[in-house]
Design a protein around this ligand. Structure first.
Ligand code: SF4
Length: 464
């Protein structure tokens, strides 16, 4: 019996325990998976929910009404850890009110063994702890909790790729789809390679089978997920490549839109740009983390490209796809960063003219090479530099947004507008948000919409 069949057996066994508890306490049990962090975590949470619902849990809408709470954690920056520690206190009082409540923590923060040990010691009300490499064993660990009141297991290495587990998707019309796991780039500030393991790609046929299944199920837009999708296929036997994958996905009839993240600039080849430009289903948006505009800092970050290399990739992308939107990540305050380095970053941002940027102040992650680098730049100096960079990227993003004003573009309607129930909200292929008059029955449809007014970071539109 293979590992997946074994896990389905544990799901049956856990279902038995669930029925016993339900008849004991007189009501059906509900679960909630709270996701911190990136889209990779969102997709992992859909798999965790799939296992829990297969066991027989209902879906709780809040932690207060849940009988099982799982935090799928993130550790990419310090504040992600702080948020989880902040919540653990609240969970303690919830458990006091509901003794049969099960509390579990998994994901990147727990994959760091020291942090997992700390939680185990300091927060005994946490019943279940596992990492990023063994999430497929949730049912097995739950059986252990039912039997022995606790389960704690972190795998130091990835055990492989586990296919065909139950999944419960958040959206009927769009879905994330993992194409690979882990990262081999070891950017000096980044904790991801230490908590997500070495790079490993899924087989091409497994990805295509999943994509066909999603489209048969009504999905129109797929977000291909990986830490560095541009290196998809390395080491696969039979070999495969990201451009090849995009070409195969284009053949799937029901699939209307392909998005992907994250891309590493050093691996964005001319071949990939051609494949994107020649594929009418690839959305005209790319998130291409620059991190810094200073070649000196990029070297210290171990990013393997210079300022000029990065700007050249941007130029090539715009020549190949003039209507492409480009967003990025920028870190300010990396150890040893000087005023001159920040000026280089501002100059690069002005020349790149990003459509949007996530701008962060450097967060030391223990265990990374950058954590050992000295820096005594005062916080207020870093904050002032951060504010300058932010104002430049905001200004160019607002100017860039104007270029689609008046255009008619396809919008995938995703939800009813939060602040006006007579409006709906969706996205153009360039990933900008659009609000237009409409009702919930439009959700999941792709409409041709005229972008009447740019409001800076979103548009007001009308059906064309
Ligand atoms: S490419 Fe660099 S920043 Fe991105 S996940 Fe890998 S190590 Fe981290």
């Amino acid at each position: 019996m293979d590992e997946i069949q074994t896990q389905y057996q544990f799901m049956e066994e856990a279902a038995g325990y669930l029925r016993d508890i339900e008849s004991e306490i007189g009501h059906s049990l509900r679960a909630i998976v709270v996701t911190f962090g990136c889209q990779m975590n969102e997709r992992d949470s859909e798999k965790l929910r799939g296992i829990l619902f297969r066991i027989g849990y209902g879906e709780a809408q809040s932690e207060e009404e849940a009988d099982l709470i799982i935090y799928n954690t993130c550790t990419v920056r310090e504040n992600a850890d702080v948020r989880v520690f902040g919540r653990l206190g609240v969970l303690k009082s919830l458990k006091r009110e509901k003794p049969h409540l099960i509390i579990g923590l998994c994901g990147c923060m727990m994959q760091d063994g020291e942090t997992a040990d700390l939680v185990k010691k300091k927060y005994p009300h946490v019943d279940l702890i596992f990492g990023t490499h063994n999430q497929h064993k949730l049912a097995e660990y739950l059986v252990k909790v039912f039997r022995e009141k606790g389960s704690f297991e972190i795998w130091s290495e990835s055990g492989g790729i586990y296919e065909n587990l139950p999944v419960s998707r958040k959206y009927p019309f769009k879905s994330g789809l993992n194409i690979m796991y882990g990262c081999n780039n070891f950017c000096s500030y980044c904790i991801v390679p230490y908590v997500r393991g070495r790079e490993r790609s899924r087989k091409l046929e497994d990805i295509l089978r999943e994509a066909e299944g999603l489209c048969a199920d009504g999905v129109k837009e797929i977000m291909l997920l990986g830490q560095n999708v541009n290196s998809y296929g390395r080491g696969l036997d039979p070999p495969a490549s990201f451009p090849e994958l995009l070409g195969e996905l284009q053949k799937i009839e029901g699939l209307k839109r392909i998005r992907f993240m994250s891309s590493h600039p050093k691996d964005l080849s001319d071949e990939l740009m051609e494949a994107m430009a020649g594929n009418d289903k690839v959305c005209r948006h790319i998130h291409l983390a620059m991190q810094s505009g200073s070649t000196e800092i990029l070297k210290k970050m171990n990013r393997h490209y210079s300022k000029d290399d990065y700007l050249e990739v941007i130029d090539k992308l715009r020549r190949a796809m003039p209507d492409i939107a480009i967003t990025t990540d920028i870190i300010v305050g990396f150890p040893g960063e000087t005023e001159e380095d920040v000026c280089q970053t501002i100059d690069a941002a002005e020349r790149a003219r990003f459509d949007g940027a996530f701008t962060f102040i450097y967060s030391k992650r223990h265990g990374t090479p950058a954590a050992k680098m000295q820096d005594d730049t005062p916080k207020e100096v870093i904050q002032e530099r951060f504010d300058r960079v932010l104002s430049v990227v905001r200004k160019t993003a607002e100017e860039q947004a104007k270029r689609f004003e008046g255009a008619v573009l396809p919008v995938l309607v995703e939800s009813v507008n939060r602040s006006d129930s007579k409006m709906v909200t969706g996205r153009i292929p360039q990933n900008h948000t659009v609000h237009l008059k409409g009702s919930a029955d439009l959700i999941g449809n792709i409409l041709n919409v005229r972008l009447d007014r740019s409001m800076g970071f979103y548009y007001i539109g009308s059906e064309a």
